[in-house]
Design a protein around this ligand. Sequence first.
Ligand code: APR
Length: 233
Amino acid sequence: MTRDIHNIVILTGAGVSAESGLATFRGPDGLWEGHRVEDVCTPEALARDRALVHRFYDERRAKLGEVAPNAAHEALAALDRAWDGELLIVTQNVDDLHERAGAKRLIHMHGELKSALCAACGKAVPWDAALPPGSVCDGCGKPALRPDIVFFGEMPYRMDEIDDALGQADLFVSIGTSGAVYPAAGFVQTARHHGARTLELNLDPSAGSFYFHESRLGPASLLVPALVRELLA
Ligand code: APR
C-alpha cells in the first residue's frame, strides 16, 4: 500500500467519533433525529430562534467534557506525528477529539464547537462555556457572537487549501462519513481525478462507495489503527 505514497489527505466524519460516544447525524439515534436541521443548523434558524440554536450547540459543547478520543483519533494523530510526507486531516466534525489526540495538520471545514464567531466583524475566538445570545465580541464590542459552525448554505472553511491538497494527493482516505453532504462528499472524485488512490473506511457502505478504489467496512477503532500500521510499515 505504501509504495510511492507521499501526500495523504484524510477526510473524517461523525463515524470517527461515534465510538467515543458522540451521536452521528443520520443513524437511528442520529443527532438530527432530535431536531430538524432547518431548526438548528441554518442562518434562517439563527434569525428565527436564536436561543434554540445557541442552546443546541451549548448542549453539544458541554458533552465534549464527557467524552475522550478513541483508537481511531489516536492512530491518526500517530500518523500525523510520524508521516514525513504531506498529510492533511480534513474533518467535518465540530468536536475537539482529533486535537485532544494530538493531531496538528488538521482543518475543521464545518467549524468547531470550541470556538465562537462574531457575525459583525468575523473574528473567531476560543470558547469553552455556554454562549448565550447577545454575547459580546472582544474585537468589535458588538453583541454578535454566534456558534462558530458552518451552517447549511454557508461556505465551508479553508476550501482553497483543501482543494490544493486533494490535487496533490497520492492517497485519499474517507473515514466515518455517509457521503451525504457536499462539498466533502465530492472530495473522492476530485482526488481520484488527480490520480490518487482512494480508500473508504466506514461501518456501512456510503452514498459515495462507488467512487472509491477500495472500501473496508467495520468500526473505525479497528480499521484506522490497522491502516496506520500498514502506512507506517
Ligand atoms: N466506525 C466507522 N464508521 C461509522 C461508525 C464507526 N464506529 N459509526 C457510524 N459510522 C458511519 C455511518 O455508517 C455513517 O456512514 O459514519 C457515518 C456517519 O454519517 P453521518 O451521520 O451522515 O455523519 P457525516 O457523514 O459526518 O455528516 C456530514 O452532515 O449534518 C451535516 O454538518 C453535518 O458534518 C456533518 C455532515
